[in-house]
Design a protein around this ligand. Structure first.
Ligand code: NA7
Length: 547
């Protein structure tokens, strides 16, 4: 361990951590607990990661607040009280602030600083990390806690720079908020961000045009204030709930039904769907065991949701345009909304179906489609992210022999366990591609990764080892396994950001691991138990580093 501690202006650390969201902060906390020095480098002016940037109206987590909190500290959970079933972005941000303050984390974070590159120096077994301020940091370990949905994607639309009104990306929302009162507003994109923000923007705007390329499935949140009883029960069983969550597929306790949808008659099925729809959120997808397994089963739930759209939306033509038909339900992340479909019954809201009138471009005055011009005062790009790899590839990361990550991943991301990349020793990717990440409760997956990485580092030190690097063979086998599993599911049938399909030119590779949190966690534990099987461990001569 180096003794040149953080917070003193020192530039050499045991670890540099990129990103101060849930992942980076917990990584810092764990490393400190074990006596390591670490510096977190964060582009934002404060902690929070995705919850720092995504401040658009209606931004909430689609995982219930009680489940979407750290599990590592009983004391922490006892002193924090969530107010709503689905927490708002400000409440989640307040929670992360609380965590950062409680554990005194901010003193080791360098804010307002973007990492532009990271280079591994083989001789000294150290990473050199460069920032956009021109600083460099060196560290034995480099931990990428850069998030899966952190590289906002502004679409490549003709004339995008020519618009003379105001424009915003949901993932980079102004901190002071935006007042759309009296404005003609266009929202481009109907993923989760669009679907959450549209109802609230509609309440303010003089007129709202929703530019929809692909309709998504959305289910009601049925959000409500949490009762004292629910909070109390959760609190008293917290550690057990958190333990059990790691033994599930999605990293949270749901009520799965073991039955096939075809084992019940249509009437019973309808009742079950209605019950789950009433419960809100992802419950509906859990109604039967095979809903995400076969297209035929999936069609039953897809058609149920479409029937709800027809029931809610009064204009049948608008309802028809909102009905998703091009992908099985759940193969894109199901959206969780509050009054999304109802919004299309408002007189000041117009749905523009870009499949019927193609988007031709953006003009100084608004949006142009094949059917004509829409004059707008403001455009909201709810167009998503260069997911999972974007934040990593926007940095110039170079491993052994100058190998660039960008070149290595030219055909799509390749990792061992989503945690490590062959050719990039002592670099870890928290919830990287090839791990359950976005298919799971992120907090659970983040904690599992952080704890695995911490155990790995302490193991190396105990054994007198300096370096750890995934072998090419282990990486190849893992990539093949991840692909094989994905190919057995319906996921590849959707043009989703899971596959990189939303970014023109991005290799079409299914990035998350679909095997679930439990299976994945067991695999990681087994690798560690077997002396970090699939990794080569090195005991080179460590060069003393001057502060
Ligand atoms: P998503 O889910 O990637 O949604 C982006 C939306 O923007 C989607 O409807 C896209 O349509 C649309 N889009 C993107 N580019 C264009 C262009 N060029 N023209 C028209 N429409 C476009 O991002 P979100 O931010 O909503 O959600 C991301 C995740 O955050 C979400 O899944 C949750 O996990 C939290 P498309 O479907 O590509 O036709």
């Amino acid at each position: 361990m180096s003794d040149n501690g953080a917070g003193t202006g020192a530039r050499n650390f045991d670890a540099v951590i990129v990103g101060a969201g849930f992942a980076g902060l917990y990584m810092l906390h764990k490393l400190r607990e074990h006596g390591y020095t670490a510096r977190v480098i964060e582009a934002g002016s404060d902690v929070g990661g995705t919850w720092y940037w995504n401040r658009y109206p209606g931004a909430r987590c689609d995982v219930e607040s009680l489940d979407y909190q750290y599990g590592f500290s009983d004391e922490l959970q006892r002193e924090w009280t969530w107010t709503e079933r689905y927490a708002t972005q400000p409440e989640i941000l307040a929670y992360i602030q609380h965590v950062a303050n409680k554990f005194d984390l901010k003193r080791d974070v360098q804010f307002d600083t973007g990492v532009v590159g990271a280079t591994y120096e083989e001789e000294r077994a150290r990473w050199t990390v460069e920032t956009d301020r021109g600083d460099t940091y060196t560290a034995r370990f480099c931990v990428m806690a850069t998030g899966c949905l952190s590289a906002a994607k502004v679409p490549e639309i003709d004339g995008i720079g020519s618009f003379e009104g105001d424009s915003y990306h949901t993932g980079e929302w102004p901190h002071e908020g935006v007042d759309f009162t009296g404005k003609r507003v266009g929202v481009i994109g109907t993923g989760s961000s669009g679907i959450q923000s549209i109802p609230l923007i509609a309440e303010q705007a003089e007129h709202l045009y929703v530019f929809q390329r692909t309709p998504n499935f959305s289910v009601p949140a049925n959000n409500a204030a949490l009762t004292e009883e629910r909070v109390h029960n959760y609190r008293e069983n917290f550690l057990e709930i958190k333990r059990q969550a790691r033994e599930t597929r999605a990293g949270m306790l749901v009520q799965p039904n073991e039955q096939s949808v075809f084992e019940v008659d249509p009437e019973e099925r309808q009742q079950e769907f209605e019950k789950r729809w009433g419960q809100g959120g992802f419950h509906v997808v859990q109604a039967y065991a095979d809903l995400l397994a076969t297209e035929k089963a999936n069609e039953t739930i897809a058609e149920f949701v479409r029937s709800k759209i027809r029931e809610i939306v009064k204009d049948p033509d608008v309802a028809a345009d909102l009905e998703p038909h091009d992908h099985p339900l759940g193969t894109k992340r199901v959206c969780v909304d509050t009054k999304y479909y109802e919004t299309f019954n408002r007189d000041n809201v117009t749905l523009v179906n870009l499949r019927k009138q193609q988007l031709e471009g953006i003009t100084p005055a608004g949006v142009r489609t094949a059917a004509g011009d829409y004059e707008l005062d403001a455009i909201v790009f709810a167009t998503g992210f260069d997911a999972m790899t974007g934040a990593l590839l926007r940095m110039d990361i170079r491993g052994k022999d100058g190998l660039r990550l960008e070149d290595k991943w030219e055909g799509g991301p390749r990792t061992y366990l989503g945690l490590s990349v062959a050719g990039f020793p002592n670099m870890f990717t928290i919830t990287g591609p090839g791990s359950p990440s976005v298919l799971s409760n992120m907090i659970v997956s983040i904690e599992q990764h952080v704890e695995w990485i911490t155990n790995c580092i302490t193991y190396l030190d105990r054994e007198g080892l300096d370096t750890i690097e995934a072998t090419v063979d282990a990486e190849d086998a893992w990539v093949e396994h991840v692909n094989e599993l994905a190919d057995q599911t319906l996921f590849p049938l959707a043009n989703s950001w899971y596959l990189g399909a939303n970014v023109p030119g991005k290799p079409r590779v299914f990035m998350p691991y679909v095997g679930g949190v439990q299976v994945y966690g067991e695999k990681c534990a087994e690798v560690a138990r077997n002396g970090y099987e699939g990794f080569s461990l090195g005991a080179g001569e460590r060069v003393a580093v001057e502060a």
